[in-house]
Design a protein around this ligand. Sequence first.
Ligand code: ATP
Length: 614
Amino acid sequence: MSDSAAQNFTPPIDALSSAGAATLMRRLVLDYMRPHLWRIILALLLMAVAAASTAMTAQLLDPAIKFLFLEKRPDMLVLIPLAVVAVMVLKAAASYGENIQMNYVGQRIVSDIQIRMFEHLMKADTSWLRQYHSGKIISHFLNDAVLMREAVSRSLTGFGKDLLTLLLLIGVMVYQDAVMTGIAVIILPVVVGFVRQLSRLMRKSVNRGMQETGNLSTLLSETLAGSRVVKAYGQENHEIRRVTQSINRRMDFIMRGVRARSAAAPITEALTGVAIAATIYYAGVRAQSENMEINHFAAFLGAAMLAYQPLKSLATLSTALQEGLAAAARSFSVMDVKPAITDAPGATPLRVQQGRIHFEDVHFSYGDDDEALRGITMEIAPGQTVALVGPSGAGKSTLLNLLARFYDVSSGRVTIDGADIRKVTIASLRNAMALVTQEPFLFDDTVRANIAYGRPEADSKDVEEAARAADAHEFIMSLPQGYLTIVGEAGMRLSGGQRQRLAVARAMLKNAPILLLDEATSSLDTDSERQVQGSLARLRQGRTSLVIAHRLSTIIDADRIYVIVDGRIVESGSHRQLLAKDGVYAGLCRSQFDDAEISGEAGTRAARAPLTAV
Ligand code: ATP
């Protein structure tokens, strides 16, 4: 991942130089429009038919006046209205077909961009995703693709229909009276000048508006997710104020854009009016001095008036294009981020035979100068449970992050059964591990689907077996629809302990040889904790387990305990060995248990020890 690409997630206000715009447009056309070339060609042909019909409508005024009013020919009485109907029906049919085709292409482009963006987000590095609030990403995900579709379909319609209609109408005007046409089109450069000015204003307000939409989305998802905290601290009005300010700021930017965009149409309209007035004046003067035929003038005027609509569309096209290109710049900057953590060339699948894990002089920093791990060497024998303890920020979670390759080591290496984890495929590495975290994540789906998340093909019997092993079967059966109960957003309809037991069942079912437990029970009350501990103990059987615990009572039975302070291992050994050493670990224990619990059977009573963060 390159930093510059990450910073470009929201491009700077004036990022779109015309060269940049051309590159973006080319990419949009080549990557997203080319697959729909035939539909686009069909739509363009239909647009050409619609454009020709519009020009024909104006041109028909000429014979209508000449034959019906000047020459008063009865044979034309039916023929001309019939021709008008035929032209209008043709135009309507072509417009309908073109609209359907263009909308299909537009919607397909939105969908294709969103699918590609989501693929990128799913494969992006954890470090990259952590830089942005999910609210901001979602806002861009939903809005940008729509803006790009607007730009694509407006440009196609602009060039395929509006420009062609305008040119054909100018053709009719020239055919009717070349000098008068010359007078009328003098306004065109003036229109272009105004439009350019307005586009510049638009670009600024659109970008600011999009940034504010991202902020708003962040605020909304934050306040909804944290609604209990908001209420508990009585901050409802504060949050309402913050969201109101953001909504008002967003509206302000949108209105600036609307003012610029709305100015384009009336300016074009006024200038068209001036042009038409000038031609009427010219026609009037000519009619007084020489013979100016009314049928030519009527057809000319009809064409000039019909030209207003496509001219207006073309004038506002550039503003839509600005919005779309700014959105394209943002989306492509997401798609261009190459994940740093990928399969190495020639990576082979990891085959865990024993499950021996080895950290060899591992150093790691999250990007700043400060190292989170400063030379960790640690060996975990197959089937053993190793516990990591230490103060907050010591680097315990970082070790798990490195083992699962959410991040890569800065130096040193991590091996599993002798294989460097950077040389095996990521899928096989993560498949060999089950992770149970402090806040287990449940999807808003059925209990069954949540347990089977890592093995969707598992049958009901396996799911139930995993749930029984995790002590979850009973409570699941007491839910209204048993295994088919929907758990609610992030499992909100379940208690903390129930959620955790579902997470354990999920890990059971995955049946991975390596187990990572990141403070899996520290957020539970002691009763739920005891239940979850029982299921975790079963889960650990026969697996190599790496356990982070804040409550030391939960890891007293670990085969080996590593005490980590400030990114370094300062002590290691069994609970008893470390107590005998009377060092950091013994001190940590004293702060959590009373003496009897430390030296005696530390099992059940210790599990009820007060919650003291280490
Ligand atoms: P705790 O017990 O509080 O969870 P920990 O021992 O698990 O702490 P880590 O989460 O591994 O500690 O963090 C180690 C250090 O790395 C800390 O100084 C922390 O501030 C820093 N750190 C953790 N995650 C990130 C991140 N994504 N970006 C930058 N620094 C980070």
